[in-house]
Structures are given as structure tokens and as C-alpha cells.
Design a protein around this ligand. Sequence first.
Ligand SMILES: Nc1ncnc2c1ncn2[C@@H]1O[C@H](COP(=O)(O)OP(=O)(O)O)[C@@H](O)[C@H]1O
Ligand SMILES: N[C@@H](CC(=O)OP(=O)(O)O)C(=O)O
Length: 468
Amino acid sequence: MIIMKFGGTLMGSASAIERSASLVAAEVRRGTSVVVAVSAMVGVTDSLLALASQAEQGDIAYANDAVTQLRIRHLSTIETLGGAPNSDTAREVRELCESLRQTVAGVALLKELSRRSRDLIVSFGERLSAPLMALALENLGVRAHHLSGGGAGLLTDGQFGNARPLPEAYPRLRERLGGLLGAGLTPVVAGFIGETTQGVTTTLGRGGTDYTATIIGAALSAAEVWTWKDVDGVMSADPRLVEGARNLAQLSYAEVMELAYFGAKVLHPLAVTPLQQSGIPLRVKGAADPDHPGTLIVAEPQIDPAHPVKAVTAIRNLAVLTVGGAGLVGVPDAFGQIFQVLAREEINVHMISQGNSQATLSLVVSQPDARRAAEVLKRDLGNSGYPRELHLQENVAVVAVVGEGMRGSRGVAARLFGAVAQANVNLLMIAQGSSELNISFAIENRDVEAAVRAAHAAFELGAQLRPA
Ligand SMILES: Nc1ncnc2c1ncn2[C@@H]1O[C@H](COP(=O)(O)OP(=O)(O)O)[C@@H](O)[C@H]1O
Ligand SMILES: N[C@@H](CC(=O)OP(=O)(O)O)C(=O)O
């Protein structure tokens, strides 16, 4: 059995959906059981987030207009897929849009958007796309049945916007999806969304359909989980940034987590976690070339000692906040307090670096959180009796090089920073993960391309890999 995930681009139009469905049908015809997880049509999640925040401002006209656009887009896709206006699929899409309109009207009326309401609104993207995939599969003679995340059994905790699966999700997914497969049906699960035990809709975080697929893969003990992409697998760098980026044959679970954490948009950072215990492989495959093996992600991939670094990645729009002052020295609790304040404000810290002795601590946070982070630190630490200085540098990016082979390998840092210096890039901060799986450094946003290209070239990442 295989789980197949299709992201927004591969669900983006009637022809894209037909092509994705044909990849499922080919496998089903070979006698493989397949469970499908789909994302919202490309752009839909962003539109839903935008209309939710407009509704919160009370702009009901904007929100209604946006719902109408979504309705037209999905209904016209159904029409192109050959679905009649009075088909079950079209009826379901109209009902979902009506229910979305009512939810949004409630938000506009109250001018209040909780994380919980936002999750409900954003869940409509996947709930609208799953019926379209089921229709396309039926058109190809594959008997399909679509479900929402909660309907499939994906129970989560109540961390709206960032929910995690509960242990009970696994047996429930096994029972519900296993039942459908046993009846000869191909389940199509709306990705990215789950449900609390009280039946409240949650989401798994941006890019969460990868995670849905691997949770299902673990629940059903799948042979492999395949996430189909518009690239032929995980590449040595974002191909939009580095022309010579090449596809990687194998990566470890840990490497892929680091890459995703440090900004490689290709997978959700937690996507591999459900697979780690059972060792189920995750394969990232390119829809344009289905015979290409793509990237195989396993616990222990082959290591090429000549190439300790496998990939380079970047996150933009960050800021460095440096907290310092001699008074930090010898205050045992100082760092603890800093992190507590930020955690309470739900400000995520991407990277940290400690200066000489304990005199300074540099923290990388998202640009939109940066000023608030500085303010709350000033406000909440101001009373605790030790002097400090706060310095904020905005418009920062973090670049990371990742590879298991770096562990114990000498000269990696020298090679990296030599190349970055040659490219005339100024370093703001450096950190090495304690796992020795990555080296990351902060630079100004405007230097990202130069730094990524320099690192890519320094480790010959374009040449080490098998030809595509
Ligand atoms: N290291 C990388 N390898 C592959 N793709 C990457 C990498 N870094 C960034 N990307 C970008 O990620 C995109 C795929 O992610 P995304 O569009 O979110 O996929 P999907 O919507 O199918 O889940 C690619 O088109 C590519 O531009
Ligand atoms: N639709 C969600 C979930 C997702 O996984 O999307 P995609 O596979 O298109 O990145 C999002 O945009 O975050």
C-alpha cells in the first residue's frame, strides 16, 4: 500500500487534477492499494486567510466577493472535469461555499477572529478540493471516496494553526481508511486538517498535507509515502535560487527535517516524524517525470564521505535581536527568563548564539515578530534588576548547509565561510546545531542569493549527485 500526496500546484486546475488522478489510477491498476491526500487548489489557502482577516476588520463585501470567486473556481473546475451542475460533487461544493459564507459572516459581525475560527475557515480549501480529486478518479474508473481529515480519523490536540496528531488518531485512521480500502475504494483525504476529540476543526500548519500523508502512512503501515511535487525530488538548493541545483537521490529523516526547518519549502518540517519509528520510506517524486525515482528519505541513507554537505537552504524575513550588557553575566536565570517571555508571547526563536561568557545572547526571530519581541523583553525584563542592552537588526536571512557527513568532518566551516567571504557577504551571526548536522549563519536579506550560490558552489553540490 502506498500513500500519495498532491500539493496545491498539482491540484491547481482541472488539467492538473486529471494528471494527478492519472498517477493514482496507474498505481491502482497495477494492483496497489492507494490512499490519496490532497491540498487545496493553489492560492486558495492564502485567499481564505486574506478573507478571514478582512472579515475580522468587518469588510464583509470583500469577504463575500472572495467566497464567490472560490465558488466559481471550484464549480468551473468541476464542469471542466465533466461533472454536471446537478452532480453530487457540484452540490457539495455549493453547500460548502454556503457554509463558508455563513462562518465568515459570523466573523464579520463579531469583528473577532480566534485561532479556532481561522482554522475552520482555512479548512474549506482542502474540503473543497478533495471532492474534485474523487471526481477525477471516478472519471478514470477508480472507485473513490473523499473524507475530511476528521472524517478519516485524524484526531489532533487543540493547538489551532499548529495541531499535532493524538495517539488515538492512528487506530482510528487504520479502522476508517482500512475499511474503505477493504471495500475496494480509494480514499481521498482532505490534507492539512484534523479534528479534536470534541469534533472541532484544526489545521496542522502551513504545508501540512505532507504531514497528513505521513500520519496516514504510519497508521496504515504503508510500504512507502509518496509526495508528488512540481520538482523531481528534494534538490541541493531551491531551484528558483540556484540554477545548477540537482536532485538528491537519498536523504535521512534528520537531514530532511533540518532542510525543512531552515526554509526548504519542499516538505513540512514535521512530515517525517510519524515515519521515524517504523522506518517507512518517504519518497518525494516529480509529477512531470513519474518514472524518475525522486528522492528517497530513510533512516540511514548512503553517505558519500567526499561530500559531507548535501544541500543549502535559506529563510528570509527574519531579524536578529541581541540581548546584552555586563549584568547578564552571572545571573543564572537570565537566559531562562528571556525564553520564557518570548514563549509566553508565542514568539518563535529560529536560531540562537551566545556571545563570549554570558555577556550577550543573539536570537533570530521572524521579522513580523521582531519589534514586539524587543518590546516585551524590555517591558518584562526591565524590572528584574540587571542592566541590559537590546539591539535589533532587521531584514535578516538565515542560510544553512545540511548533511549527516558533516559530523566529525574537518574543514567544513572553513570551506563554507571562506566561500561566503569571497562572495563579499557580511556575517551577522553563526551557529552550529549540536547534532553537527547543520551549520547556519545570519546575513542581510539582500545577500541571500550570493551566499546560497557561494555555498552551493563551495561544496560542489551541483556535481556530486547522479544526473537527473
Ligand atoms: N531544496 C529544495 N528542493 C526542492 N524544492 C525546493 C527546495 N527548496 C525550495 N523548493 C521549492 O519548493 C517547491 C515545492 O514545494 P511546494 O510548492 O510547497 O509543494 P507542494 O505544494 O506540492 O507541497 C518547489 O517548486 C521549489 O521551488
Ligand atoms: N493548503 C495548505 C496545506 C498544504 O500542504 O499546501 P501545499 O501542499 O500546497 O503546500 C497550505 O497552503 O499550507
